[in-house]
Design a protein around this ligand. Structure first.
Ligand code: G3P
Ligand code: CA
Length: 315
């Protein structure tokens, strides 16, 4: 009997400890524009490589074609990472830029995507096309099936006001595709991210979206209000987390704790092995500092494999 009493007391203690001890949170790796440290950003090979290297989420930034197709691109113009100047020399606007929204999907598919950075994949390779969001999702879900993994997606509504002004219901277009591919409800394996609070508020309140949302926060002064106590309170009412520029955390490590206190995840951007802040000797040191000392919940990286190694070695 005494033995049984001890046993009950033991399990009661375990239960109390379990209730009061926060679960060891999983740190997630968000492959920034795919494995963009190794292959041109936002290309299907870059997404496939990030999946193979162990990313938890693949990140497509989104733009809209002239005929209303969501494509995976960071910029609203094409000249920095495609050969658009050669293929369509007369299609720049007066400002000298070639806008994605001025080209149909068929025209965009004629372009080749090239590396943005001079020190990464050779710039002269003409191997890659612009993928649509649907192609990116088909690739992700196909790899999930063939590998038995469950990698999520982390789409960003880029420049939403620009596309709305051009006549496209950008947010609704994204939601339609997500629904088509089974991303529904708060447990869906994705986060929708955006820098514009009004867009996320509209998703949550007007469009009744229950999918997880992330409020991105740049390091520009214009977004300072978002990291005040009041700003974080407001974000907590509509988002699951924040995606701050990593400088925000360097400048104010308490930002992570203040966000956590409101139940917000913290996924800063962007960890890059070849663009290291001067104070760190290596990306491993930078990542360890953010993951352990600052206690972030994950982050955007161009180098998924490095972040995975660091996370796997955390004690
Ligand atoms: O979306 C997080 C991070 O990617 C934001 O920066 O400019 O690379 O989209 P950017
Ligand atoms: Ca992004």
């Amino acid at each position: 009997m005494k033995h049984l009493g001890n046993k009950i007391a033991f399990y009661a203690l375990i239960a109390v400890v379990a209730i009061n001890t926060p679960a060891i949170a999983e740190k997630v790796i968000i492959a920034h524009r795919g494995a963009s440290g190794y292959l041109p950003e936002h290309t299907l090979p870059a997404y496939a490589m990030a999946h193979a290297l162990g990313a938890d989420y693949l990140e497509p930034d989104l733009a809209v074609s002239k005929d209303g197709v969501l494509v995976c691109l960071h910029d609203m113009t094409l000249e920095s990472i495609t050969n658009v100047k050669d293929v369509f020399p007369d299609r720049a606007r007066e400002d000298g830029k070639w806008y994605v929204v001025d080209f149909t999907l068929a025209e965009l598919k004629r372009l080749r995507v090239v590396e943005r950075s001079p020190n990464r994949f050779p710039k002269d390779a003409q191997l890659f096309q612009i993928p649509t969001l649907e192609e990116m999702i088909q690739l992700t879900q196909g790899l999930n099936r063939s590998t038995g993994r469950d990698v999520g997606i982390y789409p960003e509504l880029k420049d939403p006001m620009f596309y709305e002004k051009a006549g496209f219901p950008f947010a609704e277009m994204l939601l339609e595709i997500l629904d088509k591919y089974g991303y529904r409800g708060p447990e869906a394996n994705l986060y929708i991210q955006c820098f514009v609070p009004a867009t996320l508020l509209r998703l949550r309140n007007e469009l009744g979206v229950s999918l997880p949302l992330i409020q991105l926060i740049s390091d520009h002064a214009a977004q300072n209000a978002l990291v005040t106590e009041e700003g974080l309170d407001k974000i907590a009412a509509y988002a699951q987390g924040i995606g701050p520029h990593k400088n925000r955390i360097e400048d104010d490590p308490m930002l992570v704790e203040r966000a956590h206190a409101r139940g917000l995840l913290v996924h800063p951007y962007t960890f890059r092995a070849d663009m290291l802040p001067r104070k760190y000797e290596s990306i491993e040191m930078e990542l360890r500092t953010f993951l352990k000392e600052f206690d972030i919940d994950g982050g955007f990286t161009d180098h998924t494999d490095v972040m995975k190694r660091v996370i796997d070695a955390l004690d």
